[in-house]
Design a protein. Sequence first.
Length: 70
Amino acid sequence: MTTSPETPRKGSLWRTLRAVGWSFFGVRKNSAFQDDVAKLNPLHIIAVGLVAVVIFVGALILVVRWVATA
């Protein structure tokens, strides 16, 4: 059985940020999604997604505290 070396996925940080941002918004074309699957590294997407979740939750906490004090 021969194994072929997997070609590394090359995706920029900006492209990963855009993909995660569009997924948070919930709007994505199927063709763009397929392109992302082919070009982006899943570990980068997970890392950026986790950071985005932390920032989003932090922003929500700040807004709730601001509204509660007003």
